[in-house]
Design a protein around this ligand. Structure first.
Ligand SMILES: N[C@@H](CCC(=O)N[C@@H](CS)C(=O)NCC(=O)O)C(=O)O
Length: 203
């Protein structure tokens, strides 16, 4: 298997956590973010991650997590029991389409000539208050959906910025995450989860 990736990519880290969890090794194709030619030639689009598995090309981190679980079922990334599996799928879909929309919108505002500061403030408030939700979800469990799962792979690379920010990582989107996820005294379980997942290996 080959993984098209670049450094500090949140969506690549999702897949790197999942591959290591399953004990799978990949050949890494490191992409220059300024030159997407290899990833475009392989997949017909510019974004990473892209996985090449026995000639099959899979783009999009969530689709890659699902592909890996179907191809290599043990250990499972998604619970085997249908109802619990459905809950993990719903969590990831919410995270991708609802939770991520606030930092994405802040990034879009900041790229305008005259950013709407009031709107940025509202979105920052949404991000900060979402920490209380993760703190609640983690009550009585070590991982977001019980056992380590695709939900942790999907959320950790974003939520970690509340605690961890490599000084070499200067990407604007990551600074927006770091600036607007004030993990504090009210979030001991979330901080412990970030530290717990960070200790896990990545491919
Ligand atoms: N929905 C895609 C999004 C992939 C994505 O946005 N990848 C980022 C890196 S984390 C990227 O390639 N960005 C390049 C760019 O925006 O130019 C996924 O989940 O994999």
């Amino acid at each position: 298997m080959r993984l098209y990736r670049f450094r500090f990519s949140t969506n690549v880290e999702r897949v790197a956590l999942a591959l290591a969890f399953k004990g799978l090794e990949v050949e890494s194709v490191w992409i220059d973010p300024e030159d997407r030619t290899p990833v475009r030639e392989a997949s017909g689009q510019d974004l990473v991650p892209v996985l090449e598995d026995e000639g099959e090309i899979v783009a999009d981190s969530t689709r890659i997590l699902e592909h890996l679980d179907a191809r290599f079922p043990d250990p499972p990334l998604y619970p085997r029991e249908a109802a619990r599996r459905g809950e993990v799928v719903v969590f990831i879909d919410w995270f991708n389409r609802v939770w991520k929309s606030a930092p994405n919108e802040i990034e879009a505002e900041l790229s305008r000539d005259r950013p709407d500061e009031e709107r940025i403030g509202e979105l920052a408030g949404e991000m900060a208050s979402s920490l209380n939700l993760f703190e609640a979800i983690l009550a009585g469990r070590d991982y977001l959906t019980g056992e380590f799962s695709a939900a942790d792979c999907a959320a950790f690379p974003f939520l970690k910025y509340g605690v961890l920010h490599d000084p070499e990582d200067t990407e604007l989107f990551h600074r927006i995450l770091a600036d607007n996820l004030p993990v504090g005294a009210a979030h001991p379980r979330l901080r412990a989860w970030i530290e717990r997942v960070d200790e896990r290996p990545r491919a």
